[in-house]
Design a protein around this ligand. Sequence first.
Ligand code: KG4
Ligand code: ZN
Length: 345
Amino acid sequence: MLVLTLETTCDETAAAVVNERLEVLGAVVASQDHLHRRFGGVVPEVASRAHVERILPVIDETLKRAGVKLADLNAVAVATSPGLAGSLLVGLVAAKTLALALDIPLVAVDHVQAHVFACRMAAGREVFPCVGLVVSGGHTSLFRCRTSTDFTLLGSTIDDAAGEAFDKVASMLGIGYPGGPKIQKAAAAGNAKAYRLPRALLDDPTRLDFSFSGLKTAVRYQIAGPGKADFANLHLPEQQVADLAASFQEAVVDCLVAKSILALEQTGLTRLCVGGGVAANARLRERLEQEIAERGFELFIPPLSLCTDNAVMGAIAVDRLLAGGSDPLDLDITPGLVRRTAVSP
Ligand code: KG4
Ligand code: ZN
């Protein structure tokens, strides 16, 4: 079985061809970073227009790399939730068109579940049941994952997503976009103990939620104090930027690591699967590798290319297709996060 998977939830246009053994025959990610850089964040209208321009060339190139023709495809899967409405629609329309023209099944993919499934793709073996930590520009959530698609929300951010905080702090520090990699680079030359920054909700050992907006404000105060600030014309000394980046990064990592361990302890599960763009962060990876192993848990964290948005993780659709499942051609997008009820382990 050959499945074409499409991913256009935010600002990456991605496609992959996978087979029933979850082998990846070809994969392409076209980034739009350069289009959004000058705005300091993803502009939805710019993103959806760029997807329109890229989706067909990306599909063509993916098929070429996989060495397959359109007529060889047995199914098409597409991320329909959550994401930016205009971006999601481009992938969905492309997927529906192929499903109709080729008379093959169409399957919807949940982008958040797919981020956890990236761990299954990278590991090459079973990772479920597990605790899933999805930490990206749009989400920071912990799930009990019974199977690849049976998730219960354990906790999530009550304000900003961790990636969003990385992007905003990088913008205040004037070090560019996207913020995660820039902060990581600046932090390498910094002292993580230079600034005392808040770790919200860490003092509540029962709660699996996160909060990063206070941390972001604390960094702002360190840079410019309260009141109006002209961040574009603030020229901070290099060492101060490095120290703030390192202190901020450590505060985020402290929260992500502590709550992940708490989720493992509360659920009695032994595996932690981490996905999403922030999972590419070297300090987070280092701390998780050390602290998860120390406690006898097992950590699954994909290589960087499978942490940020990609279509390989769309292979989550394979199980459902093998069971004969598919979605109707009037399938719609669900831009908002589907709340997975029961906030208890
Ligand atoms: O999963 P993703 O590609 O897109 C969303 O679904 O949001 O995640 C993008 C986010 C951005 O906020 C970016 O700054 C962050 O992931 N990110 C990182 C790193 N690389 C990307 N954050 C921290 N450290 C990194 N190395
Ligand atoms: Zn994502």
